[in-house]
Design a protein around this ligand. Structure first.
Ligand SMILES: *[C@@H]1O[C@H](CO)[C@@H](O)[C@H](O)[C@H]1NC(C)=O
Length: 497
C-alpha cells in the first residue's frame, strides 16, 4: 500500500512527460474508472435498466469557466442522465457527476415520457456559445446500440449558464429527418451574428450519423434544410477499427466536425473512413441544393486510421484529429501542409470522442477519451481508468509528447519510453522526431495522383458522384429519397421561460 501511495504521488506531481523544448504538454484534468452520479435519495440505483455503470460512455464535453459539461448518450440501457457537470476545481479521481440542470430533465428512461416536456433523451455533444449559453443537441434515440428506440424527435435545448434555465427550444421538423436519423454533433457558427441578437441569429451545422447528412439550421429565420453527400457515408473498407488489442466494427457515417471560422470551412469525417473532407459555410448556408447540382465537398486528405473528434486551431487554422489506432492527437496545417503529433499515449488516448476549446483558456485543447470499444465489446475493466479529460497545451506547438499519466505503468520514465514505444512508423523517440516526414501519414489531397481513378477524385474535383458500393444497402435506399429542394419552417419553438 505504501508503495502504491508513493508511486501514485509521483504520478500526480508529474502527470505528463514532455519530450523536449517548449512543446505541447498533455495534462490530466479528470479521470474516472466508471461514471457515477449524485443520485436523488429515492433513485432506483439497483435497477440495471436505470443505472449500469458499465454502459455509460462519455462522448462530448464543453467547458465554462467553472464547470465541465459531459455528454453521456443513451447508447445502451442504464444511463441515468445524459448531460451532467463536474466542477473544474474539484480534485481527486472519479468525481461524481451532477445531472444537468437537474434530475427532472432526465426522466425519459422511466417510461410514459411526454416529448413536449423539457427533458433530454440522448445527448452526444454540447457546445457553449459566446453568449454564455449551452447548446445540448438531443438525438431523441434511446439505446441506439441496442434496440434503437426513437423516443422523441431530435431537438436542441439552449440553457443560459447564468441561470441554468432553458431559454430556447429548437424542434426539428419531420421533413429534415429520415427513418433512423441520429443527430450527434454540432457547430455553432457565430461569424455573422450581431451582438444585439444575443446569439439568436447563428447558423448551426449538425451531423446526422445514421442517415448521413449535414442539417443546417438558420436560427435567425428559423429554417432548416439537409445536405447529403456520398462523402458523409461510411466506407465499408474501414468498418473495422483497431485500438490496442481490441477490434470492433462500427459503420458510422459523419460524426466528427471541425470549424475554421476565419476560412469559412467546416471539416467533417465519418467514423468509418480514413478521409477528411471540407465544405464551405457559404455552400452550407446557401440553402438546399437543387437536385441536379453537385454539393461542393472537397477531399482534404487521408489519415492513418479512423477517428471521431475534430477541432480547428483558432490561431493558425490547423486541423486537430485523433487517429484511433495510433492513440494520438495530431495536427495538419492546410496552408503549409505541415503535420505534427501533439500527443501520444496508448492508454490515455484510446477513443478520443470529442475535442473542445475553452473560452477562458485560449492555448488549451481539451479532449475526452472514453474506452468506447471496451463498453461496446462488453469487456470494460472496472479496475482501470476508462474515461479521461485531458488538456493539451497548444502554446508553442512543436514537439510531440509522451504522457505517463497512467499509474498502471509501474515503470520509471526511462522504462516508460522503452515499454510503450509505438509501433513503426510511429517512432516518437525524441531524437527521431525531426526525421519524421509524415508522422500520422496524413496525405493532403493535393498529393493524390490525378491519374488514378477513384471515386473520391471526383468529389475532390467537384464532379457529380454516381454512388455505387460505398454505402450499406439500408442507407442507400434512403439516400435516393428526395432530400433536396426545400427548406422547412420549424413548427413550434422559442419557448422562453
Ligand atoms: C404532453 O404535454 C403537452 C404540453 O404540456 C400537453 O399539451 C399534452 O396534452 C401532453 N400529452 C399527454 C399525452 O399527456
Amino acid at each position: 500500500m505504501i508503495w502504491f501511495i508513493l508511486f501514485y504521488g509521483l504520478i500526480l506531481i508529474s502527470t505528463s512527460f514532455q519530450a523536449g523544448g517548449d512543446g505541447p504538454q498533455l495534462g490530466l484534468i479528470k479521470q474516472w474508472n466508471l461514471i457515477n452520479y449524485n443520485f436523488e435519495w429515492d433513485a432506483p440505483v439497483n435497477d440495471k435498466n436505470f443505472f449500469n455503470d458499465e454502459n455509460i460512455v462519455a462522448t462530448g464535453l464543453a467547458l465554462s469557466p467553472d464547470r465541465i459539461f459531459v455528454a453521456t448518450p443513451r447508447l445502451f440501457s442504464g444511463v441515468p442522465a445524459t448531460v451532467s457537470t463536474v466542477q473544474r476545481d474539484q480534485f481527486g479521481d472519479s468525481p461524481v457527476l451532477q445531472a444537468y440542470p437537474d434530475w427532472s430533465f432526465h426522466t425519459t428512461s422511466l417510461g410514459n415520457y411526454n416529448c413536449s416536456e423539457l427533458g433530454l433523451v440522448s445527448v452526444y455533444r454540447l457546445r457553449i456559445d459566446s453568449c454564455n449559453r449551452l447548446w445540448a443537441l438531443d438525438a431523441g434515440v434511446s439505446r441506439s446500440l441496442e434496440d434503437y428506440e426513437i423516443t422523441c424527435p431530435p431537438k436542441i435545448l439552449i440553457f443560459d449558464l447564468a441561470t441554468n434555465q432553458v431559454v430556447r427550444r429548437i424542434d426539428f421538423p419531420r421533413e429534415v429527418r429520415r427513418g433512423e436519423t441520429l443527430f450527434t454533433n454540432l457547430i455553432v457558427d457565430e461569424t455573422t451574428s450581431k451582438p444585439e441578437n444575443n446569439c439568436d441569429d447563428v447558423f448551426v451545422y449538425i451531423s446526422d450519423t445514421v442517415e448521413p447528412a449535414i442539417v443546417v439550421y438558420d436560427s435567425a429565420r428559423d429554417l432548416t434544410w439537409r445536405l447529403s453527400h456520398p462523402s458523409m457515408f461510411p466506407d465499408p473498407d474501414f468498418a473495422e477499427s483497431t485500438i490496442g488489442n481490441d477490434k470492433f466494427t462500427l459503420m458510422d457515417g459523419i460524426v466528427g466536425l471541425g470549424f475554421d471560422a476565419k476560412a469559412g470551412l467546416v471539416y467533417f469525417q465519418p467514423l468509418a473512413t480514413d478521409r477528411l473532407f471540407s465544405i464551405s459555410t457559404e455552400a452550407l448556408r446557401a440553402g438546399p441544393f437543387p437536385r441536379n447540382q453537385a454539393i461542393p465537398v472537397k477531399l482534404v486528405g487521408r489519415k492513418a486510421s479512423q477517428g471521431i473528434g475534430l477541432t480547428v486551431s483558432p490561431i493558425d487554422g490547423s486541423v486537430y484529429f485523433s487517429p484511433l489506432t495510433e492513440t494520438a492527437v495530431a495536427s495538419w496545417n492546410p496552408v503549409t501542409s505541415e503535420q505534427k503529433i501533439l500527443a501520444y499515449d496508448p492508454e490515455a488516448l484510446q477513443f478520443v470522442a470529442d475535442m473542445s476549446l475553452a473560452a477562458d483558456d485560449p492555448t488549451g485543447i481539451y479532449v475526452i477519451s472514453s474506452k468506447f470499444h471496451r463498453y461496446f465489446l462488453k469487456n470494460v475493466n472496472r479496475g482501470e481508468i476508462n474515461v479521461r479529460i485531458l488538456r493539451l497545451s497548444a502554446g508553442g506547438l512543436g514537439q510531440p509528447v509522451l504522457s505517463s499519466s497512467n499509474p498502471i505503468f509501474g515503470v520509471s520514465q526511462g522504462q516508460y519510453n522503452q515499454a510503450v514505444r509505438p509501433p513503426a512508423p510511429y517512432s516518437f523517440v525524441p531524437s527521431n522526431v525531426q526525421n519524421l516526414g509524415a508522422p500520422v501519414r496524413f496525405a493532403g489531397a493535393g498529393y493524390s495522383s490525378k491519374g488514378i481513378t477513384n471515386p473520391f477524385l471526383a468529389i475532390n474535383t467537384g464532379k457529380r458522384i454516381i454512388q455505387t458500393t460505398a454505402v450499406p444497402s439500408t442507407s442507400y435506399a434512403t439516400f435516393s429519397r428526395p432530400a433536396f429542394g426545400t427548406a422547412y419552417k420549424h413548427v413550434h419553438l422559442t419557448t422562453r421561460s
